[in-house]
Design a protein around this ligand. Structure first.
Ligand code: FAD
Ligand code: NAI
Length: 463
């Protein structure tokens, strides 16, 4: 047996590395196993961070190409240097992954480089060497869900990983799945000049998002050039000399058609990743979707083995994984770690952004909860007009009887930042009246949040 640790975390994504740091802060001897050559997991290497770098760059390009002239700024010919854009993205990723490496050193966390296998409760093997730990934490994340008949090569038929690495702008990008990845990465390549078609199984985009927001979001994206084929499924993808021929069928049955694509992005969801961990041999229970089963304290059915992040149930979001990492480390130290699953915001970083927290109207109806709705459009917000970004609205849902905030759904510029106010208010059990009485600076987009809160009781001032 080699070294002895209090905690060994397997996987250094936002769940794993944050858990490792918090455990080290609390005085534990911590190691983190990571098989990738850099720390930070999916999020920092091939997920949140590179996608946001490309979204920012492509948004700047789109602004310069289509919107600067509205502001009286006249540029000469605008050219795209995709190689530079990709290099910048890599620099951003590298700064972040090196940042985690620095934090590991600062907190005296040992990085065990290689693939971790759980040999038994209390023992993790990394590339043939055994390490002992009182607690083992599985934080191995997720991977792209495959689709039979569509074979990914990460060159022509890609997942998000390949879609972030394209060396030229595709003529026609066909995306399978109108979810978060499809719409964010579709936005990147659409802004850079690709024709984008999205094929979605359901008859709506972004399942799980408030219906009204999703409908208006679809209209805005369509105006930006997205073509949606809803209620359709791809049954085959054949590579040709020039690209890919997709066979597309109506989801509910009917005649098949073919669609030609230069690049196909498969984005129909992600699934828990537990390959080569040795879970079956140790007897760790997984559910029908391959997720590690945990109780309210992140414990698996095997004593001393825990799991957090994308590999367990719940939304596959970096901040959810982080909060679970902190809560678990605190529980292991005898503190009262806690995650409030009712208040986990979700953001789609398109333009405009979509941000949600709490319940949707559909969920409240299904639960039989009586609620009041307050809405305010960005067309009536002075700052949004000044910015030239008036698409979208803020919608606040509150309990009809008590006025307690139940949820908020925003389509609009900087929605991801605006939702934080509602998340904070919900954490404190606030009412819409509470938010309406907070003094919001003028002129800011956040005044739309206040107005939507006022609108819950029919008192909006600017509509
Ligand atoms: P991961 O980040 O997946 O990390 C798991 C790590 O474990 C990996 O580095 C893997 O190499 C390692 N590993 C696995 N098995 C082993 C083993 N046996 N031994 C050693 N190491 C192992 N979420 C957001 O909240 N906001 C966003 O903007 C956002 N954008 C995204 C964009 C894209 C394109 C993608 C794909 C995802 C995005 N996500 C976003 C989701 C987010 O990346 C995940 O929710 C998050 O990374 C989950 O963290 P995790 O720690 O559970 O696992
Ligand atoms: P998703 O679950 O968001 O969307 C998948 C879409 O594909 C759904 O609309 C679904 O109905 C559709 N679909 C499923 N099977 C299909 C089929 N056979 N044919 C056509 N459509 C099909 O999954 P996505 O976009 O792959 O993202 C995975 C996860 O990554 C997200 O759920 C999210 O948790 C995370 N993520 C988060 C981001 C953020 O927070 N901004 C950004 C990117 C990813």
């Amino acid at each position: 047996m080699s070294d002895q640790f209090d905690v060994i975390v397997i996987g250094s994504g936002p769940g794993g590395y944050v858990c490792a740091i918090r455990a080290a802060q609390l005085g534990m001897q911590v190691a983190c196993v990571e098989k990738r050559s850099t720390l930070g997991g999916t999020c920092l290497n091939v997920g949140c961070i590179p996608s946001k770098a490309m979204l920012q760059s492509s948004e700047n390009f789109d602004e310069a190409t289509h919107h600067f002239a509205d502001h009286g700024i006249v540029l000469g010919e605008i050219k795209l240097d995709l190689a530079r854009m990709q290099a910048r993205k890599s620099e951003v990723v590298s700064a972040n992954t090196k940042g985690v490496e620095f934090l590991f050193k600062k907190n005296k966390i040992t990085w065990l480089k290689g693939t971790g296998v759980i040999k038994a409760a209390g023992v993790v093997t990394v590339d043939g060497v055994d390490y002992a730990a009182r607690h083992i934490i599985i934080a191995t994340g997720s991977e792209s869900t495959p689709l039979p008949g569509v074979e990914v090569d990460e060159k022509v038929i890609v997942t998000s990983t390949g879609a972030l690495e394209l060396e030229k702008v595709p003529g026609h990008l066909v995306i399978i799945g109108a979810g978060v990845i499809g719409l964010e990465l579709g936005s990147v390549w659409s802004r850079l000049g690709a024709k984008v078609t999205v094929i979605e199984y359901l008859d709506r985009i972004t399942p799980g998002i408030d219906n009204e927001v999703a409908k208006q979001f679809e209209r805005v994206l369509t105006k930006q050039g997205f073509k949606f084929r809803l209620g359709s499924k791809v049954t085959k993808a054949e590579k040709t000399a020039t690209g890919v021929t997709l066979t597309v069928e109506p989801a509910k049955g009917g005649d098949a058609e073919t669609v030609e694509a230069d690049i196909v992005l498969l984005a129909i969801g992600r699934r828990a990743y537990t390959d080569s961990l040795g879970l079956a041999a140790v007897g760790v229970e997984t559910d029908a979707r391959g997720r590690v089963v945990t109780n309210g304290h992140f414990a698996t059915n095997v004593a001393g083995i825990y799991a957090i992040g994308d590999v367990i149930a719940g939304p596959m979001l970096a901040h959810k994984a982080e909060d679970e990492g902190v809560a678990l480390a605190e529980m292991l130290a005898g503190q009262a770690g806690h995650v409030n699953y009712g208040v986990i915001p979700g953001v789609i970083y398109t333009w405009p952004e979509v941000a949600t927290v709490g319940k949707t109207e559909e969920e409240l109806k299904a639960e039989g909860v009586e609620y009041a709705v307050g809405k305010f459009p960005f067309t009536a917000n002075g700052r949004a007009r000044a910015m030239g970004m008036t698409d979208g609205f803020v919608k606040i849902l509150a309990d009809k009887r008590t006025d307690k905030l139940l949820g908020a759904h925003i389509l609009g510029a900087d929605a991801g930042t605006l939702i934080a106010e509602i998340a904070t208010a919900m954490e404190f059990g606030a009412s819409s009246e509470d938010v309406a009485r907070i003094c919001h600076a003028h002129p800011t987009l956040s005044e739309s949040v206040k107005e939507a809160a006022l609108a819950v009781s029919g008192r909006a001032l600017h509509i």
